[in-house]
Design a binder for this molecule. Structure first.
Ligand SMILES: [Zn+2]
Length: 523
C-alpha cells in the first residue's frame, strides 16, 4: 500500500463518515427549459423558485445526447451513462414489454428489460441493504428508467389509476388501492383550468392559431363532462402533476421513507410536456403550467422537509429534454423552420428493395427511420439481394440532404473523426448510439425544424439542438453548496455527484463526473 492511500484510509477511519441524508429526492420535469426560470423569475415564489435560489444551479445543464426524447433522457439521470451505454435510444423501444403486463388495468406492459447498467439506487442499496426506492410518474418510462432494474415501488398512471407491472409485483399494495379507490381523476370531469394569476401577469398572447391543433386555444380549458374521458384528458392539464405529487407523498408516508437509512424518492412530472407539445414553449398555457408546478412543488417539498427534517434531505431537479417552438410560429416571426418527413422516401426505397427481391405480398421493412436514426433491418437480406448497402446509403445521404430543414446527414462511422469539443451535434450522436443499435445514418435538422408527426401539428423536441438539449440541473439540501455554477454540466453528472455526496460508488462504468465544487459546507 503506498503512503498516500494509507493516509487517505487512515483519515477515513479516524474522521467519522458524515451522516448520509435520509432522503434523496429526484424530480424530473418532463420537457423543462432553463429559460423558463429567467422568463418568469419574479413569479416563481414556490418550489421551483426555492430550489433555484437556494440550491446549486448548474446553468449550462445538458441532456448531451442526440435524440432528446423522454426515454433516453430519463435513462441518463440516475445511471450516469449516455444512451449509448444505457441502450435506451428512443421512446418507441424504451420500456415496452408484453411479458410484463399491467396490474389491475389494461394497457401496454412495461419493464426496464432494455436498460443496461446500474443506477444510483443500486449503488446505494449495495452500501445500505435497508435502502428503498419509490418512483412515480404519469408515464411508465418516467417511473421505470430512473431506477433501472431495481424491483422497488414503481408506479405510473394508466386510465385513471396508478399501477405497476408484473416485473415489479403481483398485486398493488393497499395504499395504492386506497388511493385508486378515491377515483380522483374521474371526479375531474367538468373541472376548469383557468389562469392562476390575473391576466395582466401573462405577457404571452392567448389566441394563437398554431396552438392545440387550432381548437380550444384560449383559457379557460374545461375537461370533458364524461368521467372516463376526463380521467384521460387530465393528463394534459396541470391537475395531473398535482395528482402525481399527491400520490408520491402518500407513498412516501405509507412506506415511511426517510425515517431509517437513506431512501430514494423519484418523481417525474409529465404535464409540462403535454402542455408544451399542445401549446408550445411561448404560450400563455406553458407559463401558467410552470407557475402551477412551482406552486404544487412548494406544497410537496414542505411536506417532505416537515416530515424528515430539512437537514436530512437532498433534492435534485432536472428535465429529460427541452422543446422547440412551433415551426409555424417561427415562420410567422420571420424565421425559417420546417416540419420534415422522410416517410415517403423511405417507403419508396423499401418498395424498390421489395421489387428487386421479387417478394410478393405485403411490403417488407428493409430500412426503418425514427427520429433522425435510419436502421438497417437484417443485413443478410441485402447480401442475398447482391445489393451493397453502402451504395444505398450514399444515394440516400444525397437525397436526404436536399430536404428543406435537414442540416446534416452523418454515417455513425464518420462520427469518430469529429471534433467533439467544437461539434456538439457529432458529440451528441456519439453519446447516443450503441454500436449494436443497427443505426446506419443519422439525420439532424436545422435549428427550429422538427420531425413531422402525421396529423399532429404539435411543438416538438428530439433534436441535438440547444432548445431541445439544454435543461436545468439543480441540487439542493444537505451537503450542497448553493450558488450559480457555469460550465457545461450534463445529466450524466447527476448520479456521480449524488454518489460522492452519499459516499457510494458506481457499480458499473459511468460517463459522468461528480461535480464536487457544489458539495461541502456553505461558503
Ligand atoms: Zn414530449
Amino acid at each position: 500500500m503506498n503512503f498516500a492511500v494509507y493516509f487517505a484510509l487512515l483519515g477515513w477511519v479516524l474522521s467519522p463518515a458524515p451522516a448520509r441524508p435520509k432522503l434523496v429526492v429526484v424530480i424530473t420535469v418532463d420537457q423543462l427549459r432553463p429559460d423558463y426560470f429567467t422568463r418568469w423569475k419574479a413569479q416563481l415564489t414556490g418550489g421551483l423558485g426555492q430550489l433555484a435560489t437556494e440550491g446549486a444551479f448548474f446553468t449550462d445543464g445538458y441532456q448531451d445526447h442526440a435524440v432528446t426524447e423522454t426515454a433516453p433522457g430519463h435513462s441518463t439521470i440516475l445511471s450516469g451513462m449516455w444512451p449509448a451505454h444505457t441502450g435506451i435510444i428512443r421512446n418507441s423501444e424504451g420500456v415496452q414489454d408484453s411479458l410484463a403486463p399491467l396490474i389491475g388495468t389494461t394497457g401496454a406492459g412495461a419493464s426496464p428489460r432494455r436498460f443496461r447498467g446500474t443506477t444510483l439506487f443500486d449503488w446505494l442499496k449495495a452500501a445500505d441493504p435497508m435502502a428503498r426506492a419509490l418512483s412515480v410518474s404519469r408515464k411508465d418510462r418516467g417511473a421505470i428508467l430512473p431506477i433501472g432494474h431495481a424491483k422497488e415501488q414503481v408506479y405510473w398512471y394508466q386510465s385513471g389509476l396508478f399501477t405497476t407491472s408484473r416485473y415489479y409485483a403481483d398485486s398493488l399494495p393497499s395504499w395504492v388501492q386506497v388511493f385508486n379507490a378515491r377515483r380522483l381523476p374521474f371526479k375531474a370531469a367538468n373541472t376548469t383550468w383557468s389562469l392562476l394569476l390575473p391576466d395582466s401577469a401573462y405577457k404571452e398572447a392567448d389566441n394563437e392559431v398554431w396552438e392545440n391543433g387550432g381548437a380550444g386555444v384560449v383559457f379557460p380549458h374545461v375537461l370533458p363532462a364524461d368521467s372516463i374521458r376526463a380521467a384521460a384528458a387530465i393528463a394534459g392539464v396541470p391537475a395531473m402533476d398535482s395528482l402525481t405529487l399527491l400520490f408520491a407523498l402518500e407513498g412516501f408516508e405509507a412506506l415511511r421513507l426517510g425515517r431509517k437509512g437513506t431512501d430514494l424518492l423519484a418523481v417525474s412530472l409529465s404535464t409540462t410536456d403535454a402542455v408544451g407539445h399542445a401549446f408550445g414553449p411561448d404560450s400563455r398555457e406553458i407559463h401558467d403550467q410552470v407557475l402551477r408546478l412551482d406552486h404544487y412543488l412548494a406544497w410537496f417539498l414542505k411536506r417532505l422537509t416537515d416530515r424528515v427534517g430539512r437537514d436530512n434531505v437532498v433534492i435534485v431537479l432536472t428535465a429529460d429534454h427541452g422543446v422547440t417552438s412551433f415551426p409555424e410560429r417561427t415562420r410567422a416571426k420571420g424565421g425559417t423552420a420546417y416540419r420534415v418527413s422522410l416517410d415517403t422516401l423511405i417507403t419508396a426505397v423499401n418498395h424498390e428493395l421489395d421489387r428487386l427481391a421479387g417478394a410478393g405480398g405485403a411490403p417488407r421493412e428493409w430500412l426503418e427511420f425514427d427520429t433522425g436514426m435510419l436502421f438497417l433491418r437484417d443485413n443478410g437480406r441485402f447480401a442475398a439481394l447482391g445489393v451493397k448497402t453502402d451504395s444505398i446509403l450514399d444515394v440516400l445521404t444525397t437525397r436526404i440532404a436536399r430536404f428543406q430543414g435537414v442540416a446534416r446527414v452523418i454515417k455513425p462511422a464518420d462520427l469518430a473523426r469529429a471534433d467533439t469539443a467544437s461539434d456538439p451535434v457529432a458529440r451528441r450522436w456519439l453519446h447516443h448510439l450503441p454500436p449494436d443499435a443497427g443505426v446506419v445514418l443519422t439525420v439532424t435538422l436545422q435549428a427550429g425544424s422538427v420531425w413531422d408527426v402525421p396529423n399532429s401539428p404539435i411543438a416538438m423536441h428530439g433534436q441535438p439542438s440547444e432548445d431541445d438539449s439544454h435543461v436545468p440541473i439543480i441540487f439542493w439540501g444537505k451537503g450542497i453548496r448553493p450558488g450559480s455554477y457555469a460550465g457545461r454540466t450534463n445529466t450524466v453528472d447527476i448520479a456521480p455527484t449524488l454518489g460522492a455526496l452519499l459516499g457510494v460508488s458506481p457499480l458499473s462504468l459511468v460517463d459522468g463526473h461528480a461535480r464536487t465544487e457544489a458539495l461541502g459546507p456553505r461558503n
